[in-house]
Design a protein around this ligand. Structure first.
Ligand code: CP
Ligand code: NVA
Length: 307
């Protein structure tokens, strides 16, 4: 039993599958009339150092659907590590609420929160990873293909936080993961090292390429994300010059498998990393994926906060 949900890599394939099965059950239960109020009397503090639509709304609604309450704490209110140390924030909240969700700049801050808090801490995105997103992505792929095992997932673009968590869940659940990124924009070596032993055991393939066209040939899932993540705004102009060959457009999608689906964690920068034609076309599952944040989040909240 884990106290926290910080990274996909911390969970075994069986534990991740159990979370996915629970998300599927909670989703069905919700649409059949509503979820049981298993988190009645429980409050989640939501710390946001960066903007959010999906993460904030899905955690807040997730708590409400499960009978609990969520409290939004804006960057100005908390001043994490500035007005007050991370350790003190964690220890104060531990005596007042039953769980913490945190969206931070530095991954170190979410690790520190988890270290000092006696209550569950959930990583709602850091500069290193976005594990809650990966759970919704796995749910969406499962709904489409019935499984992740043996599915060819190709990520095209920046080797960022979203790519890291996607790679980790693919490795854990047996999907073949390919990434095509420009030189200088690979995932951190440390992240790649986390999955090598897992794929060696499971037999899932891991492929690193520079050419997006080669990368999508066998793809059943094409995934992309922004070229400039939150916190990297000063690099926008430089990145806009490097990334255009990695745009997911109709031509690139036509080079993949016929049944390919296109995913994006959103927010999308339309006609930059993803064209309108693809985002709104028949291969796109971007809104189903966004909606699945709610159901995946509920499985995490249920598992960590129910007690
Ligand atoms: N995908 C995602 O995390 O979206 P938000 O930044 O809007 O939460
Ligand atoms: N990679 C993006 C994801 C946003 C949900 C970012 O960190 O800004």
């Amino acid at each position: 039993m884990h106290k926290d949900f910080l990274d996909i890599i911390d969970y075994s394939p069986e534990e991740l599958q159990a979370l996915l099965d629970l998300a599927i059950r909670l989703k069905a239960e919700y649409f059949a009339g509503g979820n049981e109020p298993v988190l009645k009397g429980k409050t989640l503090a939501m710390i946001f150092q960066k903007p959010s639509l999906r993460t904030r709304v899905s955690f807040e609604m997730g708590m409400e659907h499960l009978g609990g309450h969520a409290m939004y704490l804006s960057p100005d209110e908390i001043g994490l590590g500035k007005r007050e140390s991370v350790a003190d924030v964690a220890r104060v909240l531990s005596g007042m609420v039953q769980g913490i969700e945190a969206r931070v700049f530095s991954h170190q801050h979410v690790l520190e929160l988890a270290h000092w808090a006696s209550i569950p801490v959930i990583n709602g995105l850091s500069d290193y990873s976005h594990p809650c997103q990966a759970m919704a992505d796995a749910l969406t792929i499962t709904e489409e293909f019935g499984t992740l095992k043996g599915v060819n997932v190709t990520y095209v673009g920046d080797g960022n936080n979203v790519a890291v968590s996607l790679m980790q869940i693919c490795a854990k659940l047996g999907a073949n993961f390919t990434i095509a990124n420009p030189e200088g924009y690979s995932m951190p070596e440390q992240a790649i090292e986390t999955v090598r032993p897992i794929t060696a055991e499971s037999g899932a393939k891991l492929t690193f390429l520079a050419d997006p066209h080669e990368a999508v040939k066998a793809a059943q899932v094409i995934y992309t994300d922004t070229w400039t993540s939150m916190g990297q705004e000063a690099e926008t102009a430089k990145r806009e010059l490097v990334f255009p060959p990695y745009q997911v457009n109709a031509q690139l999608v036509s080079e993949a498998q016929d049944d390919v689906i296109v995913l994006h964690c959103l927010p999308a920068h339309r006609n930059h990393e993803l064209t309108d034609e693809v985002a709104d076309g028949s291969h796109s599952r971007i809104f189903a994926e966004a909606h699945n944040r709610l159901h995946a989040q509920k499985a995490i909240l249920y598992t960590l906060l129910k007690g």
